[in-house]
Design a protein around this ligand. Structure first.
Ligand code: 5AD
Ligand code: SF4
Length: 462
């Protein structure tokens, strides 16, 4: 079922002896996908992946710029990388250090200035040029590649699932859309990932087919604004994400589909119909709302009200009653008062989330929110965030708890401890099954016995 061709064997058929690359990924799932594509392209150059930085000839940090701490973590990690590079140099070993991702895009040359150990800076739109950039770095140049490439990087990156590239299990990400034109006033993404671009239908279907052929059973379609995806279908009509999901659901081997992240403004009728009609589309929706106050939503440029969002959730739940909602929240956006914050808590109580992510507002240089003079104090942010998180944690616990005693389908992903199996529920919860039932990539029915903090515990149903 799985291809056993590894990076080493790719090196054996012609390219240089196996050098090693260590990739560390920060941030969102798209970065995970990008890291895999970069590792794939390096595998074809003879680089094997290692989980030890000390062993690596090439250390690559794939960074995130979404919040303050994300970038700061990268700079402190680079300090550690510098020490490893020096230690390796003492052993007579050369180390190339690269920074990719959204910090690379946003900071560019500044990274070379601030951190002498860095040889190469590469932005998300130029990943297909990584092997060339690495070769030039090995020749002693310091490289910055942050232009928006004119060529389509997906045409030039190695195809996931093809020979010479290691299979990575039964679930996979597939980027279908990148960038964002929404310009929420808190968000750096339109600046780091550029404007919205959709990959063509044929390219997506071909990638999905190859992944299914390599043993993938669950596909998660990715985009910063995934439900804004659109493209011309083989029927000559303009397709939206809903139509694309119908097409991917037909592929042999694909048992589950998911997508993330969505904007409320782009939840089209077609997409809601897909939730109603497609069994393989999992009943889980990550639909960030950010805040519950219309005044704050307006100043965030979200272009919907709290009532719009609640009506939308109602429509989606009518189409798919067992759907679990997930969301993102920001506390302490400029101008947010305690009364505004209470409206966020009200909205959370109205919706009832199965899962959620919440953050203190972090001013991002270059975004309109950062320019405002009515920034909320750190003290207020620190007061609000735990109150919101306590409510969300309670909801997440309640959601897991109501599954106890019920039978659910679990996609078996990997072995667990002592003969157990680990998989996921339709609602994305990790499930630990206490017997080794089912092969990897199969969906088995299990009865949930217990809901833990992070996982469900279950036994097979006879
Ligand atoms: N500050 C805090 N949180 C942010 N997010 C995006 N930008 C910021 C910011 N400047 C959060 C949003 C988004 C998630 C990916 O990160 O909630 O949905
Ligand atoms: Fe972070 Fe956004 Fe870049 Fe993902 S796209 S890595 S969340 S800044």
């Amino acid at each position: 079922m799985k291809s056993d061709t590894t990076a080493e064997s790719a090196a054996a058929d012609g390219t240089s002896a196996a050098r090693k690359v260590f990739v560390k990924t920060y941030g969102c799932q798209m970065n995970v996908y990008d890291s895999q594509r970069m590792a794939d392209s390096l595998a074809l150059e003879g680089y094997a992946e290692t989980s030890s930085m000390q062993e690596a000839d090439f250390v690559l940090l794939n960074t995130c710029h979404i919040r303050e701490k994300a970038a700061e973590k990268v700079y402190s990690e680079l300090g550690r990388v510098r020490a490893v590079k020096a230690e390796r140099a003492g052993r007579g070993l050369e180390t190339i250090v690269g920074v990719a991702g959204c910090v690379a895009q946003a900071e560019g040359r500044e990274i070379l200035r601030r951190e002498s150990a860095v040889d190469l800076v590469i932005g998300p739109q130029t990943y297909h040029r990584l092997p060339g950039a690495l070769r030039r770095a090995l020749d002693g140049h310091r490289i910055v590649e942050t232009d928006y490439a004119v060529e389509d990087k997906f045409d030039h990156l190695p195809k996931p699932g093809r020979a010479g590239i290691a299979a990575r299990g039964v679930t996979a990400f597939l980027t279908v859309q990148e960038g964002c034109d929404k310009f929420c006033t808190f968000c750096v993404v339109p600046y780091t990932r550029g404007s919205e671009v959709s990959r063509p239908v044929a390219q997506i279907v071909a990638e999905a087919e190859r992944l299914a052929g390599a043993g993938v059973r669950e596909l998660t379609l990715l985009g910063q604004n995934v439900n804004a995806w659109h493209g011309e279908g083989p029927d000559g009509n303009e397709w939206g994400l809903g139509r694309l999901l119908f097409r991917l659901a037909e592929l042999p081997g694909i048992l589950r589909l998911r997508y993330t992240t969505s904007h409320p403004r782009d939840m089209s009728e077609d997409l809601i119909a897909a939730h109603r009609d497609l069994d393989v589309l999992m009943p889980y929706l990550h639909l960030p709302v950010q805040a519950g106050s219309d005044r704050v939503l307006k100043s965030m440029n979200r272009r919907h009200t709290a009532a719009d969002y609640l009506r939308l959730v109602e429509r989606i739940r009518k189409a798919r009653p067992d759907i679990a909602m997930s969301g993102d929240f920001i506390v302490g956006f400029p101008g947010e008062t305690e009364a505004d914050f209470q409206l966020t808590l009200d909205l959370v109580r109205d919706v009832g989330y199965a899962q959620a992510f919440s953050f203190k507002y972090s001013p991002r240089p270059g975004t309109p929110g950062a320019e405002r003079s009515d920034q909320v104090g750190e003290g207020e942010k620190n007061d609000r965030l735990p109150r919101l998180q306590a409510l969300l944690a309670r909801q997440q616990r309640d959601f897991a708890q109501q599954l106890v005693g019920r039978t659910v389908g679990v996609l078996i992903e990997k072995p667990g401890r002592a003969g157990q199996r680990v998989g996921r529920s339709p609602w994305l919860q990790p499930v630990i099954v206490d017997e080794s039932v089912g092969g990897f990539g199969e969906i088995v029915d299990v009865r949930v016995n217990k809901a833990g903090q992070q996982s469900l515990f279950a036994e097979p149903v006879a």
